[in-house]
Design a protein around this ligand. Structure first.
Ligand SMILES: O=c1[nH]c(=O)c2ncn([C@@H]3O[C@H](COP(=O)(O)OP(=O)(O)OP(=O)(O)O)[C@@H](O)[C@H]3O)c2[nH]1
Ligand SMILES: [Mg+2]
Length: 204
């Protein structure tokens, strides 16, 4: 029988990737895109971990069910770590991927090849009734290109050059991206540690 997992995200790109990654494990993925009644959780944390925990616990409390959240973003060395936890809204509250890319490219115009290093971070948090919230992180190293390449993925993928593959993230097939991505490695870590989800003290 197929099982269900709830991912606390409203991001279409993440939702697609999670559906694909969970399919071989025999899980159907439900996201907040399927549950418009869930109230928005404000991302007031200053780290990916804090925001991931806020989203997982906020949604788990509303649903009284086990959920996984994903807080992720792009960290650019020459921009002192920006856009970081503000990646989704870097160019404005309306979360526009194209405007976000344009902003990063223009801020890096004068930054030479070797100094354009960057990485994607992803923190997955698992929360639910009676369990201690846990987080699992993943990182993917790369460099910021001077122009867009490729049509796959979402967010900053067209300007993120993946060292390991010598291609832009948006040039990778979805399964190739999941193999090396920040989200793929965080999920592998979560899978390996599922048995470490322990009951909260007060629920014992
Ligand atoms: O090129 C990219 N490839 C990726 O694989 C990726 N993962 C994250 N990001 C960027 O980081 C923001 C997350 O911010 P975020 O974690 O707050 O999510 P979000 O607000 O979009 O949705 P939600 O999950 O909070 O509902 C996203 O919008 C993107 O701009 C990525 N960009
Ligand atoms: Mg968000």
């Amino acid at each position: 029988m197929r099982k269900k997992v709830i991912i606390a995200t409203k991001n279409q790109g993440k939702a697609k990737e999670f559906k694909r990654m969970f399919a071989p494990l025999n899980y159907d993925v439900l996201t907040l895109l399927d549950m418009p009644e869930i109230e928005d959780i404000e991302e007031t944390g200053v780290t990916f971990e804090e925001n991931a925990i806020l989203k997982a616990e906020g949604v788990a409390n509303q649903l009284n069910s086990l959920v996984i959240s994903d807080d992720s973003g792009l960290v650019v060395d020459a921009l002192e770590g920006r856009p970081g936890v503000y990646s989704a809204r870097y160019a404005g509250e309306e979360k526009n991927d194209e405007a976000n890319i344009d902003k990063v490219l223009s801020e890096l115009t004068d930054v030479p090849g070797g100094d354009r290093t960057a990485r994607f971070y992803c923190v997955l948090a698992v929360a639910g009734p009676g369990i201690e919230t846990k987080t699992f992180a993943g990182v993917c190293e790369g460099e910021i290109l001077r122009e867009r390449r490729g049509a796959n993925g979402f967010g900053y993928d067209p300007i993120f050059f993946v060292k390991e593959k010598q291609k832009a993230m948006a040039e990778l097939r979805p399964e190739e991206k999941s193999e090396i991505s920040h989200r793929g490695s965080a999920l592998k870590r979560l899978e390996r540690n599922l048995s470490s989800l322990v009951p909260k003290d007060d629920a014992k």
